[in-house]
Design a protein around this ligand. Structure first.
Ligand SMILES: *Cc1c(COP(=O)(O)O)cnc(C)c1O
Length: 395
């Protein structure tokens, strides 16, 4: 123990990776101050409104007495039942709402608390690289040892489990995944999930799969749940979210399902550091999961149109990428001679287009930038025009 230093943050904050997005945010502000109109394709933040029947349910719920009291920790029964029924309808997976479902303030809560619930100091936790940053920081916060599984294009952005050294697999207690994937847009097959379950059973580890983008798919692509696979219920939980499916990111509601013991450990974390979700929001969540789903189809139609506009624009500019079957991103290779950072700068300075540099999601994200299409079609058309002007039909 050294001398006490006043006002020093905790070591775990000091160990956080530098926030690469702050720099590009600052540049955006600088350009905007000069009058440049920036098209922000950086953030993946659903821009469309929450369907009105969900908002109405919230308003009604506010008329009911008792909403001011502390809510139940694991979520009201109606919401957990609705989540179980939704899983059954969508994936054919049967869940016990009492033991295999917990409500969460978004999928992010599941991802961030899983290491606290499952791993100890010194244990290894396997995480995808690149990833939504919380996958990595949650492991650091739990003082466990992160071990990156690179998601490479030549492997369809799936981790190569065979490349995990046996001595690492032996010490690993947790393996986290996110399919459909942010930022790579990779999708998982049931065969891949079977392989994950086999690997987890062989090495006695737990699996957390983040299914936040399950309903944002295109061209009739089928997005599976890991729980569809035999034996998954023995080793896995899946976290899910209403943020993307129902444009409810600001509402903070999601849930996790799967192995009852793993759900119980997660609920122990929640019980100790938090209470439950505001009950009227859970009731609105029931309306979302059980009500009219035509809004979800409409949402896919809108995103698909946006995707196609951006795909056409980027192709014309000669950029290389895979057309995504799911999520609202394009994961684009940077042209020769650029890094993720320099290409993101170039697009910002020369075309007023803001994207997210891939290295901000992890080492294996270097060489890519991420475009989000959570902006209206007109903005994407304008982005395509600016790219055409910049590249005149080829990089
Ligand atoms: C958007 C997103 C989520 C959603 O998080 P919530 O906490 O449910 O809003 C989860 N995981 C990934 C990878 C995401 O991109």
């Amino acid at each position: 123990m050294g001398k006490k230093a006043a006002f020093e943050p905790a070591q775990r904050l000091k160990e956080l990776p530098p926030y690469v997005f702050a720099e590009i945010e600052a540049k955006k502000k600088e350009l905007e101050a000069k009058g440049v109109e920036i098209i922000d394709l950086g953030r993946g933040d659903p821009d469309l409104p929450t369907p009105p029947h969900i908002v109405e349910r919230l308003k009604d719920a506010l008329q009911e007495p008792g909403y001011n009291r502390y809510p139940s920790y694991v979520g009201i029964t109606e919401f957990r039942r609705a989540a179980a029924r939704w899983y059954n309808k969508r994936f054919g997976v049967t869940l016990d709402p009492e033991t295999q479902v917990i409500s969460l303030i978004g999928s992010k809560e599941g991802v961030s608390h899983a290491p606290m619930a499952y791993v100890d100091e010194g244990d290894i936790a396997l995480f995808p690289d690149p990833c939504f940053p919380i996958f990595y920081t949650a492991i650091l916060f739990a003082k466990a040892q992160p071990f990156a599984m690179p998601l490479l294009e030549e492997n369809d952005f799936l981790p190569d489990l065979g490349k995990i050294p046996p001595q690492v697999a032996e010490r690993a207690k947790l393996l986290s995944l996110n399919y459909p994937n942010n930022p790579t847009t990779g999708v998982a097959t049931k065969d891949f999930f079977r392989e994950v379950v086999r690997f987890a059973k062989k090495h006695h580890l737990m699996v957390l799969q983040d299914l936040a983008y399950s309903e944002i798919f295109y061209d009739g692509h089928y997005v599976p749940s890991i729980l569809e696979v035999d034996g998954a219920m023995d080793v896995a939980i899946e976290s899910h979210s209403l943020s993307k499916t129902y444009n409810m990111a600001g509402w903070r509601i999601g849930f996790a399902v799967g192995n009852a013991e793993l759900i119980r450990y997660l609920s122990l974390v929640k019980t100790n550091i938090d209470v439950g979700i505001f009950e009227p929001i859970q009731m609105a969540g029931v309306a979302a999961l059980e009500g009219d789903q035509s809004g979800v189809e409409e949402l896919r139609r809108i995103y698909q149109r946006r995707r196609d506009i951006l795909v056409a624009g980027l192709r014309q500019a000669g950029l290389e990428f895979r057309v995504p079957l799911a999520t609202f991103y394009l994961w684009v290779r940077v042209p020769a001679g650029y890094t993720s950072a320099s290409f993101a700068d170039h697009l910002l300075e020369k075309a007023g287009i803001m994207v997210t540099p891939g290295h901000g999601f992890g080492k294996a994200g270097e060489g890519y930038v991420r475009f989000a299409f959570t902006s209206p079609a007109e903005a994407l058309q304008e982005a395509a025009r600016r790219l055409a002007k910049l590249y005149g039909g080829g990089t």
